[in-house]
Design a protein around this ligand. Structure first.
Ligand code: NDP
Length: 500
């Protein structure tokens, strides 16, 4: 049995969460939601469910803060100072935030040392966007036909942002939405996943002490009704969503109905392309590690299709299988634990079902494939799973599994590898493993994915991140992220004699 995690929550002294609306902590009118910890199945907290009136109050608060409040009108220096203060607070409260995240989704504390999951990353995202505040600039254009006016462009904040995020990396994903929105001068209503509310509420509490009331509001509860009410609210100007393709389509539908601006960060079925001239052992260790350590493959950019040149397949499989044996499950607060359970029983059933389908469709199960038993039986743990002899038309090669499952697909020639890499509905991420620089460049150009790594893959706060095709639209990180929270206004300024 994994020991109860309840004492950790009590140690933190955090009461059951509440919603942040217009600077006040309020209860919701839609009842409560009980959060069961994925490592133990025990109920660890209950959170309010936002009813339509709560969502309306939150959006109206954000609207007032945008239309009448000081935040969108603040001098650049004030907004920079505020965002840097948030970064400092995140660093000060790093341990607490990571412990709360482990209470949410059971991501092991040891994994918080991996940059993209760390509080440092969250703080760096706020620091990075603070740096953009005084660089959000328009242009001066010459009159095209020698007219008697100047053309200026201004970048203005887009307005009230309705943001919805999933549960797998609540702190990082919160930062990737809230930091650029605040940097641009927007106000925000954010709905976290009902499966990851603790850490988001604490981070929101820290930020609420820095920005004026109504600038950041957080509503809690399930996607439907709370999230659906937010994305459909007529006073929201822009929707920013991270999550599954299916819900992303609902967000696009809501955006279409209201002609709202929309950014989507969706799922993936990303390839790691491993040539035989690469350091195959490292490629296998990194690829299997990303799929089984930490979040146990519940990562949008996880490279769950290993396309491996045929002569390197056996070496790749041997190392990947060995990495699978290094995985250790259990209480996320135990420093020896490396990997998380699946977030809920629905996802557990789905992953196990896809593993069965992989075998039925002819893939060879090298290791794993079943739910962890014994002491771990109460949690949603699935053993690290490796499939060989996979073809790209099998379900395990096409569907985003979101669990600890790696499919190895052999190839012979470079062009075949490119075709396989691109034979997917998605296009979020890829890594090319080779020692040949020219080949690496050819592949990075040919693969249709938002981010392509060469011999490694690491996200940074300033590197634009997002998807081609059904992996989404828009980018987070860098100039593109901030500009996505702005409108471009054109000003036609007549020349007068006095100006000449
Ligand atoms: P979901 O799409 O199920 O949920 C994402 C968020 O949307 C949650 O807050 C959910 O609420 C909410 N939601 C659900 N239904 C609605 C609705 N009708 N209206 C508004 N909001 C709604 O994704 P998961 O939480 O299961 O996360 C996994 C998915 O996220 C994967 O596909 C993964 O690839 C993707 N992802 C993408 C990333 C990227 O940057 N590209 C990063 C991380 C994950 P609730 O959960 O409370 O029901």
């Amino acid at each position: 049995m994994v020991a109860s995690i309840k004492p950790h929550r009590d140690e933190l002294g955090l009461g059951d969460g509440r919603m942040l609306i217009d600077g006040q902590w309020t209860e919701g009118a839609g009842g409560t939601w009980s959060h069961r910890h994925p490592a133990t199945g025990e109920q660890v907290a209950s959170f309010p469910v936002a009813g339509p009136a709560d969502v309306d109050s939150a959006v109206r608060a954000a609207r007032r803060a945008f239309d009448e409040g000081p935040w969108p009108r603040a001098r650049a220096s004030e907004r920079i100072k505020a965002l840097r203060k948030v970064a400092d607070l995140v660093r000060e409260h790093a341990d607490e935030l990571l412990r709360l995240q482990a209470l949410d989704n059971s991501v092991p504390l040891s994994f918080g040392e991996i940059y993209v999951m760390s509080a440092n990353f969250v703080a760096d995202v706020f620091d990075h966007h603070a740096g953009w505040v005084d660089k959000i600039a328009g242009e001066t254009l010459p009159p095209y036909q020698g007219g008697d006016h100047m053309v200026l462009t201004l970048r203005e904040p887009v307005g009230v942002v309705g943001a919805v995020i999933p549960w797998n990396a609540p702190l990082s994903l919160f930062a990737q939405k809230v930091a650029p929105a605040l940097a641009a001068g927007c106000t925000v209503v954010l709905k976290p996943s009902e499966y990851a509310t603790f850490a988001v509420l604490r981070l929101a509490e820290l930020i609420a002490g820095v920005v004026p009331d109504g600038v950041l509001n957080v509503i809690t509860g399930p996607g439907d009704p709370a999230g659906q009410a937010l994305i459909s609210h007529p006073m929201v100007d822009k929707l920013s969503f991270t999550g599954s393709r299916a819900v992303g389509q609902k967000v696009m539908t809501a955006a279409a109905a209201g002609c709202k601006r929309v950014s989507l960060e969706l799922g993936g079925k990303s390839p790691a392309v491993v040539f035989q001239d690469a350091d195959v052992g490292t490629a296998a260790a990194v690829t299997m590690g990303t799929v089984t350590l930490g979040l146990s493959g519940q990562v949008c950019a996880a490279q769950t299709r290993a396309l491996v040149q045929r002569d390197a397949v056996e070496e790749f499989l041997a190392t990947a299988e060995m990495i699978g044996t290094m995985v250790s499950y259990g209480n996320p607060f135990d420093p020896e634990v490396t990997s998380a359970p699946l977030i809920n029983t629905r996802q557990l059933d789905r992953v196990l079902g896809l593993i069965v389908r992989g075998q039925e469709e002819g893939a060879r199960l090298v290791c794993g494939g079943s739910r962890a038993e014994g002491d771990l039986a109460a949690g949603n743990f699935v053993a690290p799973t490796l499939f060989a002899d996979v073809s790209n038309d099998m379900s395990i090669a096409r569907e985003e599994i979101f669990g600890p499952v790696l499919s190895v697909i052999p190839f012979d020639e470079e062009n075949e590898a490119i075709a396989l890499a691109n034979d997917t509905d998605y296009g979020l991420a890829a890594t090319v493993w080779t020692q040949d620089v020219k080949r690496a460049m050819r592949l990075t150009r040919a693969i249709k994915a938002g981010t392509v790594g060469v011999n490694g893959y690491q996200l940074e706060p300033n590197s634009p991140f997002g998807g081609y095709r059904q992996s989404g639209m828009g980018r987070e990180g860098g100039r593109a992220a901030v500009e996505a929270y702005t409108e471009l206004k054109t000003v036609l300024l007549p020349f007068t004699d006095e100006m000449m």
